[in-house]
Design a protein around this ligand. Structure first.
Ligand code: TXA
Ligand code: MG
Length: 310
């Protein structure tokens, strides 16, 4: 506890100086910087090698802070009440007098916002006078980090500090929903669509096509361990790492299961961790058995399909 407090202070020290830090959230770790500062946010793009046209998600402590920058609506309030703080990101209209750096939005009139559900990070956000822009803390197109060590793996000494918050509980990025004009799911993630439909009384579905224009960061290659991946495989090659949804009786040392009993939520949590372990073991290729395409399985398949485009 004492340790946490001094680490939160240290984080604030660097952030106030317009530096980037690694920050835990319940989804994945973020590379965080003051969202009101162009100097600070430009460092995020440089470190991640992220194209400037790909806007960032801004992390808030509470509604009061958010209302300084965004125009909210009734759908937002319903979802906020049910899921926040939690693994959901809202695309809202930016206020004309908002202080958000134009780096964050790529000069667009919308802003992606979320309220992360991680106690240490909430304590940090509470202490700051600005919200935090934070994309996942990985080099662009790579695997998102789910521990402090993963962040160090990605950036080494290039970042000044990583706030330790243990393992990310969800292990997969937030669900992104557009609430400007048309309601649309832009990215599958930590909140299932069925839960959102229940709250909004809608029947939204995730449509893969044409997302590139609205969500610049959901390009074809993403979440890649840098190793070729084959999907829907029944029999792996001997030299391959083989990812299974659940543990099997006959098990080889090249086999990696995502959940002992095939629970999809647990599998989502273990996906990035498993890909990073396999990458470190220097396998030349990865095969994955068919993953059910329901609930969190849909999000897992979405990430695997993009990762397999390498
Ligand atoms: O769980 C998460 O959302 C994590 C943690 C760190 O909060 N963050 C994260 O950020 O996944 P990032 O940058 O890796 O992915 C954000 C996605 C990108 O695909 C980006 O293009 C999209 O959100 N995005 C950002 N602003 C947007 C906007 N105004 N409209 C539509 N899409 C936007
Ligand atoms: Mg990312």
């Amino acid at each position: 506890m004492k340790n946490n407090l001094s680490n939160i202070k240290k984080s604030k020290y660097y952030l106030d100086k317009n530096e980037c830090i690694g920050m835990p959230t319940e989804t994945v770790y973020g590379l965080a910087a003051n969202a009101y500062s162009s100097k600070a946010t430009s460092k995020i793009f440089k470190l991640k090698k992220r194209p400037k046209k790909n806007p960032l998600i801004v992390h808030y402590y509470n509604l009061e802070m958010l209302k300084r920058d965004c125009i909210i609506n009734s759908n937002f309030l319903k979802l906020f009440k049910n899921f926040c703080p939690g693994p959901i990101t809202f695309v809202l209209k930016l206020k004309k007098n908002s202080r958000i750096s134009t780096n964050v939005t790529n000069n667009k009139k919308t802003l992606a916002v979320r309220f992360p559900n991680h106690s240490i990070t909430r304590k940090l956000l509470k202490k700051l006078e600005y919200p935090l822009a934070a994309p996942s803390a990985n080099i662009s197109t790579g695997i998102s980090p789910v521990t402090k060590e993963d962040v160090i793996d990605e950036f080494g000494k290039k970042i000044k500090f990583v706030l330790n918050g243990g393992n990310s509980k969800v292990g997969l990025e937030s669900t992104i929903i557009n609430l400007v004009n048309k309601i649309e799911i832009l990215r599958l993630g930590g909140i299932e669509i069925s839960q959102i439909n229940k709250v909004l009384k809608t029947s939204l579905k995730f449509r893969k096509k044409n997302k590139k224009m609205i969500v610049p960061g959901q390009g074809k290659i993403h979440y890649s361990p840098g190793v070729p991946i084959r999907l829907n495989v029944k029999k792996p090659k001997l030299s391959e790492a083989f990812i299974l949804i659940k543990k099997r009786k006959i098990f080889s040392k090249n086999f990696y299961y995502l959940s002992k009993k095939g629970n999809l939520k647990e599998a989502a949590k273990k996906l990035y961790k498993t890909l990073r372990i396999i990458k470190k073991k220097k396998f030349k290729s990865i095969s994955v058995e068919k993953i059910p395409n329901t609930g969190f399985g849909e999000a897992i398949n979405d990430r695997l399909i993009r990762a397999s485009k390498f």
